[in-house]
Design a protein around this ligand. Structure first.
Ligand SMILES: [Fe+2]
Ligand SMILES: [Fe+2]
Length: 206
């Protein structure tokens, strides 16, 4: 990728500033403080779940802060930017480029902030869809993200997810997966990673 590809979106990051302060400024500059509020809620929830389920709470919190930085790229530019960053684009993502924000967020985390921790990067990369190979941190971020959506009316399953998450992250995830499955005819696309993740979780249950 050309070095200046991300320049319109990101100012240079210096470690001294700290991630939290940089991201506050970043989302503010892009008029996306509502997204930043969401990210802070996800970070808080992810940290809490990490403590309950014995995952690393520091990584979980960072994942929450960073998981949606890719939403800053407008949907109509996501495909172009992904191409330039050599990010593989699936057919379903071409149809519904918004989903590409999870892959963009992952690569931006490395390129802009120099973070390379695989648990962090993997969780960010599949936070919307999960995938067949699901790690503990992936589950933590996925559940935290869904539990932190604002509009409770649009997501009646959130309550059920929250109660399941007390005992089992996978049971909480299945509440969401079942919801998607019931509504799949009405959705623009169902991401193949989500289909694979759902199959893996069903097999584990059976
Ligand atoms: Fe997201
Ligand atoms: Fe999110």
């Amino acid at each position: 990728m050309s070095d200046d590809l991300l320049d319109p979106y990101f100012e240079p990051y210096v470690d001294d500033e700290g991630l939290f302060s940089y991201l506050h400024r970043f989302f503010s500059r892009h008029n996306s403080l509502n997204t930043w509020e969401h990210c802070q809620k996800v970070a808080q929830e992810a940290k809490r779940l990490a403590n309950v389920y014995h995952a690393d709470p520091v990584i979980a919190e960072q994942a929450g802060w960073l998981h949606d930085i890719g939403t800053i790229v407008p949907n109509e530019e996501k495909i172009h930017i992904c191409d330039q960053m050599n990010i593989n684009i699936l057919e379903e993502e071409r149809e519904f480029p918004y989903i590409l924000h999870q892959k963009l967020s992952r690569d931006m985390t490395t390129k802009v902030f120099g973070l390379t921790e695989p648990l962090l990067l993997n969780a960010i990369e599949c936070h919307t869809t999960l995938r067949a190979d699901i790690g503990l941190m992936d589950k933590v971020l996925f559940v935290a993200d869904k539990l932190s959506w604002d509009n409770a009316d649009a997501a009646p399953y959130i309550k059920e997810m929250r109660s399941k998450a007390v005992d089992s992250l996978e049971d909480a995830i299945m509440v969401y997966m079942d919801h998607v499955w019931r509504n799949r005819e009405h959705m623009k696309v169902v991401h193949p990673w989500l289909i694979e993740a759902r199959e893996v979780l069903i097999q584990r249950k059976g």
